[in-house]
Design a protein. Structure first.
Lengths: 186, 136
């Protein structure tokens, strides 16, 4: 198996089907716009985006594992690297970097310098509480949950709020042991 | 060589002003600003007639009031960028319109902006004023 790393993500990205970036950006924009109209409350929109991302994530992880052919990650550090270098590259066309590890290796930051979701976007005063890319945090949460990791994901930096990059803080809450639906004697 | 008087407005296709700026170097006077808006609004009828007679977007000096001239740039979506000016710098005005048009398109592409609503972005405002300083 090829070693995990930026080139590895590139190789898969070269072989997946792609859509026009503007079409993608504007489609996502239209979804957010519609949610803002329907739900009215910015907080509700954040929640809804996260939920939509979760629903995508629990499906996407299978696609990811099938296409990338990666083997089991030995620890959470490798998992984070895999998301940043392979996952983001494969589905979003950009790679992220992993920083800010805490001492016991359960919490890190995934930094996105470039984010195709936010081209053209400028938040007006009425939407200041909006996490425009909240779908991404949902995707990661959903995907990791399917591989037995309960995580909590929060935005710590957001370019739409004037920061210099996007940063997601990924915190590993617990590893859920794999459960079997039936007991042996049933 | 900035123009002493210049008033710039953007009028949506539904004839609603969505952006206004006094960009001249002359001291601001409220009655002057109102006069400028009056002249520009009066010119809208002429724009309507002229816009369909030509394929050009830039319509220069379509109306005048004393020493003030109205130039207009009509986008494909029939949004009108209108400038009231007392300078005769046609090339500068054309470049100004073209660059503001680009800015306007960027604003339109912002999914959160509703087409035809007021442009409240301070970023847009700053950029327009900078362009006015550069070209007018």
């Amino acid at each position: 198996m090829a070693p995990a790393g930026p080139r590895f993500g590139d190789a898969i990205f070269a072989n997946v089907e792609r859509v026009n970036a503007e079409l993608f950006t504007l489609t996502y924009g239209a979804i957010v716009r519609q949610l803002l109209t329907d739900l009215e409350e910015v907080e509700e929109v954040n929640k809804q985006l996260d939920q939509m991302g979760y629903n995508i994530g629990i499906r996407l992880i299978d696609e990811f594992l099938a296409k990338s052919n990666v083997s089991r990650c030995v620890d959470f550090k490798e998992t984070a690297e895999m998301i940043a270098k392979v996952g983001f590259k494969m589905f979003l066309g950009v790679s992220a970097s992993v920083t800010n590890w805490d001492a016991d290796g359960t919490c890190c930051g995934i930094v996105l310098e470039d984010n195709p979701l936010v081209d053209f976007v400028e938040l007006p005063d009425t939407c200041q509480g909006l996490y425009y890319c909240n779908i991404l945090s949902g995707v990661i949460r959903g995907a990791l949950e399917m591989v037995s990791m309960k995580t909590e994901i929060t935005w710590v930096r957001d370019m739409l709020r004037g920061d210099d990059a996007f940063e997601l803080q990924v915190k590993l809450l617990k590893q859920v042991p794999e459960e079997y639906p039936y007991k042996d004697d049933e | 060589m900035m123009a002493t008087t210049a008033c710039f407005i953007i009028v949506s296709r539904n004839d609603i002003p969505i952006y206004e700026a006094e960009v001249g170097s002359a001291a601001k006077r409220e009655d002057a600003a109102q006069l400028h808006q009056f002249i520009l609004h009066a010119a809208l009828d002429i724009v309507q007639d002229l816009a369909w007679t030509t394929s050009a977007m830039f319509l220069k000096a379509i109306d005048r009031f004393n020493d003030l001239v109205v130039s207009v740039y009509v986008t494909a979506g029939h949004t009108r960028l209108m400038l009231l000016h007392d300078s005769r710098n046609d090339d500068g005005i054309k470049s100004f319109f073209q660059e503001v048009h680009e800015l306007y398109i960027k604003t339109l592409l912002n999914p959160i902006y509703l087409p035809g609503s007021r442009i409240t972005s301070s970023h847009f405002d700053t950029k327009v004023r900078a362009l006015a300083r550069k070209y007018l």
